[in-house]
Design a binder for this molecule. Structure first.
Ligand SMILES: [Zn+2]
Length: 236
């Protein structure tokens, strides 16, 4: 089984690994810090190399139990060990945006009874879709921005841990975020909890404390139907 270093420590940005499979521009390793994408968070980029051999990782994806690293050029098939290095500026931005999305999700639930239906993050912006039961006005959008920044500034701890499936299904916060949709074969569920605000089943990478998120600014919002709303934002 491949060791997924990003699950236990989001801040691992360099690592050493053995080659499990090397085929053209695609490499599978015994351990990796490269996030393969999922849950609205894009796959990591970076580099893999050893000595004079090196290539850029232009994409990563999950394939069964493995994570496949896609290189910009083939490396010799005789290579057995590789050092990996993430494009850390980009990944850290994804972490800040991912945590910001969860804060936003917690705030719109706590203050407006609104449920998230989707989200997408980039290194320089993010958006979130949700089902908003109340009236949708510019004033409400301003309130959402203000309340989210307040929650971020409270320097809330972000904890990551695992729960047995049964325990997770008994937690009302997790049911709200549809933990019941996690496939039945998954026996332990990874939880991301923002202290006192939001608890979700999540496989992504996050900052350790909301103080690392900075300040969010809503740059756009739209109504995509009676209840379906979208918010776009950037972080300062
Ligand atoms: Zn998430």
């Amino acid at each position: 089984m491949m060791e997924e270093l990003f699950l236990s420590d989001s801040y691992t940005n360099e690592f050493e690994a053995r080659v499990v499979k090397l085929e053209g521009r695609e490499v599978i390793l015994d351990r990796t810090a490269f996030y393969p994408g999922g849950g609205g968070q894009p796959p990591d980029k970076g580099s893999l190399g050893i000595g004079p051999v090196g290539a850029s990782v232009v994409d990563a994806r999950r394939e069964g139990e493995s994570i496949v690293h896609v290189l910009d050029m083939a490396i010799p098939g005789t290579v057995r060990d590789l050092k990996g290095s993430l494009d850390w500026g980009r990944r850290f931005a994804h972490m800040r945006y991912h945590t910001a999305l969860h804060v936003l999700s917690g705030v719109i639930w706590r203050n407006f009874d609104a449920k998230v239906t989707g989200g997408q993050m980039r290194a320089d912006r993010a958006r979130m879709d949700f089902s908003f039961p109340g009236e949708w006005t510019a004033e409400v959008v301003g309130d959402i921005e203000h309340l989210t920044n307040e929650a971020i500034a409270e320097e809330r701890q972000v904890s990551i841990y695992e729960l047995e499936r049964g325990q997770a299904l008994a937690n009302p916060d997790l049911i709200r975020t549809q933990v019941n949709l996690v496939p039945g074969r998954v026996k332990t569920i990874r939880i991301v909890e923002i202290e006192g605000l939001d608890t979700q089943a999540d496989g992504g990478t996050h900052v350790a404390n909301t103080r690392e998120v900075g300040e969010m600014e809503i740059t756009g919002h739209k109504s995509k139907g009676r209840q379906n709303k979208r918010i776009e934002f950037v972080l300062q």
